[in-house]
Write a protein that binds this ligand. Structure first.
Ligand SMILES: [Zn+2]
Ligand SMILES: [Zn+2]
Length: 143
């Protein structure tokens, strides 16, 4: 009796471990799938594009969770484009600056990181913590 009780505990423990393990594996896979979308260094992807491209592989919640993790780990950064959509782009040396502008093409809708330095202006005694500069126009392919 005692033995079977222990066995049950052991099996339960194993089940709990495997659930955690599966969770980790799935999460890592989501991270891999996501980072593989960002092969182009400059091009940003909106959440809608990201969710659509991964819709056959994972659900929205998993995508959002993985995006948040990649942003927290400073693999990606985000900004809001002209349509109010959150966009993500890869972090690299030329855009490590906390604030760099983004360009949004009104013809093809592409959003890219612009490797310019941009300094947040000082404003009296106010503390500005973040700023966003969105350049808007036509890209070289649409001109
Ligand atoms: Zn364009
Ligand atoms: Zn950027």
């Amino acid at each position: 009796m005692q033995l079977s009780c222990n066995n049950n505990h052991f099996i339960l423990l194993l089940q709990l471990c495997s659930i955690n393990f599966m969770g980790v594996v799935r999460n890592t896979k989501a991270i891999q799938e996501l980072t593989s979308l960002f092969l182009d260094d400059e091009k940003a992807l909106s959440v809608v594009e990201i969710v659509n491209q991964l819709s056959s592989k994972m659900n929205k919640t998993t995508v959002y969770r993985a995006l948040k993790r990649l942003e927290d780990d400073e693999v990606l950064h985000s900004f809001i484009d002209r349509d109010g959509l959150k966009c993500y782009a890869k972090n690299r040396d030329s855009n490590k600056k906390e604030v760099h502008p983004h360009f949004h093409c009104k013809s093809c809708g592409i959003s890219i990181c612009v490797p310019f330095e941009y300094e947040i202006p000082k404003y009296q005694s106010h503390k500005i913590e973040s700023a966003q500069v969105l350049l808007y126009g036509k890209c070289d392919k649409c001109l």
